[in-house]
Design a protein around this ligand. Structure first.
Ligand SMILES: Cc1cc2nc3c(=O)[nH]c(=O)nc-3n(C[C@H](O)[C@H](O)[C@H](O)COP(=O)(O)OP(=O)(O)OC[C@H]3O[C@@H](n4cnc5c(N)ncnc54)[C@H](O)[C@@H]3O)c2cc1C
Length: 446
């Protein structure tokens, strides 16, 4: 038990159900929890000030939890592989451990870490924890990854899940190490604009959210997850993205009482195993169907981004994204279909905007879902177009969601808010709300 292990945290910012941390604490006398602020993530093409803010809070919370257990979180800046090796040499560690991840970026980092550990004579341990079922565990009859959700869901439900692991009681960190400062707001946002109503990051907030949701489900039984104004989904996605709670913890807790949420977690696993096998998912079409995207969309893209298309249900969704760094799944489907199928704009444009603002912005889930919506991915009906007016009537029947996010329309009663162009001319003129960008009724609908 005299060995020393470095635990490299990436997007698994928790102490509970963290197999790599638990293993290190069980099998090593000394443990060095380490997080490295990677400039490539904070300033690269996938940077997002909203996620930066959430990350800062998650790190502060993780440090607090480790300190309560007698340990600490070392914070360094630079290249995670170089810094992990530097710290390992400094403390004379024999081993580095981390959670295995699926994206091209994470896999490259793991390969580099593997080579660097080998050269330095260190052992590298990769552990599960980012998904419920590890990507690659469930294969089709032919041995490939699953490209269709329903058979994956059947296999996923029948699979044996690992057990949730407890948080370590003690984390023994070697003495004399400089902990390093937590990043400042400027480090985390690079001066970029953030949304005014962001959720609070960290494992404590994640646990509180999960507890509240589980209680709500026990009291209410089923909730209306599709109703936009009711807002009754878990809102756990940012916490799952940063690993402030493990997906296995959520799935185990809600199995039997909230099967609809468990199924959504299966969608998350599904896109993660697709990403592991198709690392180009963020850029390349999963199933090229020779879609022709418009080359000059004029002002349409900017109007869509700003929530000023003149279609209230679309504008409400886009404004929720800017205000909260989050959007209801139903609204994501509506605005995604509107951009790709009605405006004919390449899904990558939409995915990039989502990635700029979403606190839960995640390569696998974002690209996977955008490709589903655009018909280049795993949808078995790739030509489906969502009619925004029908969607509004079904999922925001009283218009409350639109009134919440589009203040110009707050004075219009009931469902009339969804079609302001039908209002009497004098009312319309007083609204200061944009004219329709295009006819909101698509030619083909699903
Ligand atoms: C165009 C588009 C882009 C999207 N981009 C992202 C993204 O970047 N990051 C992200 O986490 N989700 C993304 N989603 C999926 C989904 O909209 C969000 O996960 C969900 O709205 C988060 O809210 P919630 O936590 O309340 O979800 P709940 O309904 O409570 O579901 C629980 C969890 O299951 C997972 N989940 C739910 N729906 C999906 C789904 N369709 N695909 C994969 N996982 C799912 C999430 O981790 C979620 O937190 C996208 C969906 C669309 C249509």
């Amino acid at each position: 038990m005299s060995r020393t292990t470095v635990v490299l945290f990436t997007r698994d910012l928790r102490v509970r159900d963290h197999p790599a941390l638990a293993d290190a604490c069980r099998n090593s006398g000394r443990v060095v929890p380490l997080f490295v602020l990677d400039e490539k993530i904070l300033r690269g093409p996938f940077a997002s000030p909203n996620r930066g803010m959430f990350l800062g809070e998650a790190l502060a919370d993780l440090r607090e939890s480790l300190r309560e257990r007698g340990g600490d979180l070392l914070v360094r800046a630079g290249d995670p592989v170089e810094e992990a090796l530097r710290v390992a040499c400094e403390v004379g560690a024999e081993r580095v451990v981390c959670s295995a991840d699926v994206t091209a970026f994470a896999r490259r980092r793991e390969r580099r870490l593997d080579r660097a550990c080998e050269e330095a004579g260190l052992e590298l341990g990769l552990f599960p924890g980012v998904t419920v079922v590890p990507a690659g565990d469930l294969r089709t009859g032919g041995g490939g990854h699953h490209q269709v959700f329903t058979p994956y869901w059947r296999a996923w439900e029948a699979a044996t899940w690992r057990s949730v692991v407890r948080a370590p009681e003690r984390v023994e960190v070697p003495t004399g190490l400089a902990p390093g400062s937590l990043p400042s707001r400027t480090d985390l946002t690079c001066g970029g604009e953030t949304s005014p109503n962001l959720p609070k990051g960290g494992e404590s907030a994640a646990r509180a959210r999960l507890d509240a949701y589980a209680r709500q489900r026990t009291d209410a039984g089923s909730l209306d997850r599709e109703n936009l104004a009711a807002d009754q989904t878990t809102r756990l996605s940012p916490y799952l993205h940063f690993g402030c709670v493990s997906p296995l913890t959520v799935a185990t807790r809600l199995r039997g009482s909230a099967e609809d949420v468990v199924r959504q977690l299966c969608w998350r696993d599904f896109y993660h195993q697709v990403t592991a096998c198709f690392p180009g998912i963020a850029r390349q079409d999963l199933r090229p169907r020779r879609r022709e995207w418009v080359s000059d969309a004029g002002d349409a893209i900017e109007a869509w981004r700003a929530g000023r298309t003149g279609v209230p249900i679309v504008d409400a969704g886009m404004r929720q994204l800017l205000a909260e760094g989050w959007m209801h799944n139903r609204a994501r489907l509506v605005v995604g279909s509107f951009l790709t199928k009605q405006l004919g704009v390449d899904w990558r444009v939409g995915a990039a905007h989502f990635f700029r603002w979403l606190v839960d912005g995640d390569v696998a889930n974002n690209a996977g879902n955008w490709q589903w919506v655009a018909g280049t991915g795993n949808d078995t009906r790739p030509n489906r177009v969502l009619n925004p007016l029908r969607q509004a009537a079904r999922f925001d029947p009283d218009g409350d969601y639109v009134r919440r996010y589009v203040p110009e329309l707050a004075g219009i009663d009931g469902a009339a808010v969804h079609e302001p162009w039908k209002l009497p001319e004098d009312v319309r003129r007083g609204l200061d709300y944009p004219e329709l960008l295009i006819d909101p009724v698509p030619r083909r609908t699903g």
